[in-house]
Design a protein around this ligand. Structure first.
Ligand SMILES: Nc1ncnc2c1ncn2[C@@H]1O[C@H](COP(=O)(O)OP(=O)(O)OP(=O)(O)O)[C@@H](O)[C@H]1O
Ligand SMILES: [Mg+2]
Length: 403
């Protein structure tokens, strides 16, 4: 409740009881609440207990003078801005100087003019109301600021989580592919194997055949579900990526592990996966896991586009007089339309793939950018596609990236 809706409370401090009674009557008749003190110590005590809105303070009091009380009022943070009117009896000019030094807001000389007293009380209470409002707003503002800070830090954390999730999701989606293909191959292989068995052995092995069928079905179902769920997550966190973690890295090793993961799928389609010139490349500072993603995405994109008998070739060479290694992933596939080609590396990627998110090439570009390289694509429908990108030997320091 503020002072506009409640009665203001005034502390009257005077060692002469007759003066206290006079001021109490005058203020209460005019609608104010009052509390009284007849010494400086009592006044300080009332300030704590009654929390008045204004103090009428007699200057001349034994033990503790009005000046001293006023100085103490100003020293306390809670009462530093509390309006104080000093009541002076002798040599008003001299007492005012002391009063101003002690922090008084206004002065009244005895004998007191009642109208003047009421006018000054009203005026100082108006100022107090404004002070109180400013204080309340400052408190609210500080509270909002605190809430905003907490929200911003929560949002930053959330964005970081979302970025990591985008990355992991795409990786899981890619890595589940060999499981799907492997299961299909296993199913076909087992079927052929059981079909080749002589009649009597086939009958004996019926239970194993059923069990194998059940297992491959279970693998198929589970991996299909994982693909669906992961695609849902991918859709939620699209367009986000995490900052890289640089260390010394041999690209040839990274490409070999990508080829190992995809070889089964490629062999099944009779597609040759080859490398050229990677063994002689110097080590570079790179995020190895991200680099795996780059090659994995490019090869994984190429394989479904290449007809049986075709190939995908990963090449690497050091650019003469430069600090870059130039890589290319070239396939002999169907190529892509200019519409698809122009949409690559942008927010409006066109995905022609069943279950595709269009995140793959975006991630590739993000990683290459984060390593300070560039990427381009050349593609001709019916002839094939080549992704070419550069990676500098030296990468920016991790702390510079995170700054
Ligand atoms: N080597 C390529 N040959 C022909 N088309 C390609 C090749 N690489 C990419 N594309 C085309 O670019 C599209 C976008 O590729 P991107 O990797 O961004 O997404 P996606 O492969 O469709 O989905 P995801 O990466 O989530 O599996 C592909 O759908 C495909 O049409
Ligand atoms: Mg892809």
């Amino acid at each position: 409740m503020n002072m506009e809706t409640r009665r203001a409370k005034i502390l009257i401090v005077d060692d002469t009881p007759a003066n206290v009674t006079l001021l109490t009557d005058l203020l209460e008749i005019n609608g104010y609440l009052t509390v009284q003190a007849t010494s400086g110590h009592e006044a300080l005590d009332q300030l704590r207990r009654a929390t008045p809105d204004l103090v009428l303070l007699d200057v001349r009091m034994p033990e503790m003078s009005g000046y001293e009380v006023c100085t103490r009022i100003r020293e306390q943070p809670d009462t530093a801005l509390l309006p104080v009117i000093m009541i002076t009896a002798f040599d008003p000019a001299q007492e005012r100087i002391h009063g101003i030094e002690a922090g008084a807001d206004d002065f009244l000389s005895q004998p007191i003019n009642q109208q003047e007293l009421l006018a000054r009380v009203r005026s100082l209470l108006r100022v107090k109301t404004l002070h109180d409002a400013v204080k309340a707003h400052a408190g609210e503002l500080a509270e909002w600021n605190k809430k905003l800070e907490i929200r911003l830090s929560q949002e930053a954390k959330l964005a970081e989580v979302a970025r990591s999730l985008a990355d992991i999701t795409h990786e899981v989606k890619n890595l589940i592919m060999p499981v799907v293909t492997g299961t299909e191959l296993l199913e076909a292989e087992l079927k052929e194997l059981f079909a080749k068995l002589p009649q009597h052995e086939r009958e004996n092995g019926q239970a194993s055949q059923n069990m194998c069928k059940e297992i491959t079905e279970m693998l198929n179902n589970a991996s299909q579900r994982i693909q669906e769920r992961v695609k849902e997550i991918g859709d939620c966190v699209k367009n986000l990526s995490t900052p890289p973690n640089f260390s010394s890295c041999q690209v040839t090793g990274v490409v070999e592990s990508v080829l190992k993961t995809l070889r089964l799928v490629a062999n099944e389609k009779r597609i040759l996966l080859r490398t050229e010139g990677l063994g002689s490349l110097p080590p570079i500072r790179a995020d190895e896991r991200r680099l795996f993603n780059v090659f994995y995405n490019l090869l994984n994109n190429a394989i479904p586009e290449v007809p049986s008998g075709g190939s995908v070739t990963v090449k690497g060479s050091v650019e003469p007089d430069s600090k870059n290694i130039i890589f290319s992933v070239a396939d002999t596939g169907r190529g892509m339309s200019s519409e698809v080609r122009e949409s690559l590396f942008t927010n409006r990627v066109i995905s022609r793939k069943h279950g595709g998110t269009g995140l793959g090439t975006r991630i590739v570009k993000d990683v290459v950018d984060a390593h300070g390289g560039w990427i381009k694509v050349e593609s001709e429908e019916g002839k094939g596609t080549t992704f070419v990108f550069s990676l500098p030997f030296e990468q920016p320091r991790q702390d510079a990236i995170n700054a």
